[in-house]
Structures are given as structure tokens and as C-alpha cells.
Design a protein around this ligand. Structure first.
Ligand code: AMP
Ligand code: ZN
Length: 114
């Protein structure tokens, strides 16, 4: 999608530090990390947010979660634990309107639910 920063990362028009890539998804390091390990996992298909997950595209999300588990293990986060977050919409603070899952780990994370 034009003017989508994450679509541009997928297209290679904006550089990223790739962690994992396949036909369905891309994982790369967040440019402004909130934890020692902060990775974003995005579908290659432009889906705006969690609110746009449907029966037709939820297989992509299932695939991404399978990869999140593998990436977290490869990054050494499995033993201590990690957080997976997806902000949906303005009130949640979503700044990039291309579905993404944050993987956060490498420290003890505070419980900020609101
Ligand atoms: P959110 O606020 O949940 O929409 O998360 C968007 C995330 O994208 C933020 O954590 C940003 O730091 C991150 N981000 C924005 N631009 C880039 C970029 N070019 N490369 C890597 N991460 C980015
Ligand atoms: Zn996009």
C-alpha cells in the first residue's frame, strides 16, 4: 500500500534489520527499542490492524504466532519469558497502520495494562 512505512520495508525501499523472513511475514528490529530485545513481526499482506483480521486472513496471523514462538526461542527469550503486543487504533497508541506484533524481552517487563 502506498505511503505505508511497513509496506516500504517489505519492498526494501526503507532499510531494516531483518531477523526472519518468509513468503508470509517479516520480522525486524524496532528502530526505537523499548526493551533489550524488541522485534516487530508483520504480515507481507497489508492488513491495517487487529480490527481487520477476518476468517479470510487469520491464517496469516496463525502463521505469524508460530514464527513468534520460533523467533523468541532463537533470540534466547523463551526461558525468562517475553511479551507479545499489538496496539489497535488511536487509543492504544497505534502509530503504524500495518498490523504488527511487538516481541519484547530481555528484561523484567512492568505490568502496564492501561
Ligand atoms: P505502534 O506504536 O504499536 O504502532 O508501533 C510502531 C512501532 O514501529 C514503534 O515501536 C516504532 O518504533 C516502530 N518503527 C517505526 N518506524 C520504524 C522503522 N523504520 N524501522 C523499525 N521500526 C520502526
Ligand atoms: Zn502496509
Amino acid at each position: 500500500m502506498a505511503d505505508c512505512i511497513f509496506c516500504k520495508i517489505i519492498a526494501g525501499e526503507i532499510p531494516s534489520t531483518k531477523v526472519y523472513e518468509d513468503d508470509v511475514c517479516l520480522a525486524f528490529r524496532d528502530i526505537a527499542p523499548q526493551a533489550p530485545t524488541h522485534i516487530l513481526v508483520i504480515p507481507k499482506q497489508h492488513i491495517a490492524s487487529v480490527a481487520e483480521i477476518t476468517a479470510e486472513n487469520s491464517n496469516v496471523v496463525a502463521h505469524i504466532f508460530e514464527k513468534i514462538a520460533q523467533i523468541a526461542k532463537a533470540e534466547g527469550l523463551e526461558e525468562d519469558g517475553y511479551r507479545v503486543v499489538s496496539n489497535c487504533g488511536d487509543a492504544a497508541g497505534q502509530t503504524v497502520h500495518h498490523l504488527h506484533f511487538h516481541i519484547l524481552g530481555g528484561k523484567t517487563l512492568t505490568l502496564t495494562m492501561a
